[in-house]
Design a protein around this ligand. Structure first.
Ligand code: URA
Length: 260
């Protein structure tokens, strides 16, 4: 079966036969536009002038805009090895170990999740629990894998205690590492999974439903950014897998065809 086909994908991510029949009906969604003209209308979390002075210490605050690691961060100029070593020396915030990221360092696709869970904390690798296994199957359906052409990272590099949502100061603390990873990778596209990743990368408070499924741009760069559902959410709400497939298919088309 064609690995890029809808039926193949739906089987990979575990949709039952009746659901496949249901979802194999033509999508009512309009075909999203290619990343040539990314959407720059995303509402910022706080008005522009206030943002620089925003306090990032409380959970209600959004993270700052992407940090200019070339001038402001201790990780500026670090290579992969130095960056990973630097992260290992930071406060673990109660986690067992940092979860730096994993995958191909010449990847065309960068996938960004939220934060490590229990299994990731145990093994030091992102997305290795149930949600990670689903993510691997989803990526395989578009011929991508962390062994080959995909890098996987999280917004937060340390597991938040009790799996709670990461706090703004935790996000801000780990942001330079993610920024440097993006600089080192220079991926052709970024796939952000779930609300925390989407809102952090875009510095937005828009709900996920409004952000997903259309080409955006990673602020401060020309890297196309697509938002989709987090696989942990898809495990709880399998009826949304069909929309996630629409997102992945869009990403696959872009990565295969190249910029228009
Ligand atoms: N969820 C995430 O967002 N990241 C992981 O690494 C695991 C689960």
């Amino acid at each position: 079966m064609d690995p890029a086909s809808r039926t193949y994908y739906l089987q990979q991510i575990g949709l039952t036969a009746w659901r496949q029949r249901h979802f194999d009906r033509p999508s009512k969604l309009a075909e999203p536009s290619p990343p040539a003209r990314p959407d720059s209308t995303v509402t910022p979390a706080v008005p522009e002038p206030e943002r620089a002075a925003a306090d990032v210490s409380g959970p209600e605050q959004s993270a700052a805009r992407p940090i200019d690691t070339a001038t402001t961060s201790p990780v500026a100029q670090m290579d992969w090895a130095a960056l990973e070593a630097w992260l290992a020396e930071q406060d673990h915030r109660g986690a067992s170990r940092p979860v730096f990221g994993a995958g191909a360092r010449d990847a065309s696709l960068l996938v960004i999740g939220e934060a490590p869970g229990a299994e990731e904390d145990r093994r030091g690798e992102p997305f290795v629990g149930r949600a990670g296994q689903l993510l691997d199957r989803m990526l395989a359906a578009i011929s991508h894998s962390r062994a080959d052409n995909t890098y996987i990272a999280n917004i937060c590099k340390f597991r938040p205690p009790g799996n709670r949502d990461p706090k703004a100061d935790e996000i801000a603390a780990d942001r330079p590492v993610l920024e440097r990873q993006i600089e080192l990778l220079r991926p052709r596209a970024i796939l952000a999974l779930g609300r925390v990743a989407a809102q952090t990368l875009l510095d937005s408070r828009e709900p996920l439903g409004k952000l997903r499924g259309r080409w955006l741009q990673y602020p401060g760069t020309d890297i196309p950014l697509l938002i989709s559902y987090h696989p942990a959410y898809l495990l709880r709400s399998p009826q949304q897998k069909s929309l996630a497939w629409d997102d992945l298919r869009q990403m696959h088309r872009y990565l295969k065809a190249g910029p228009p």
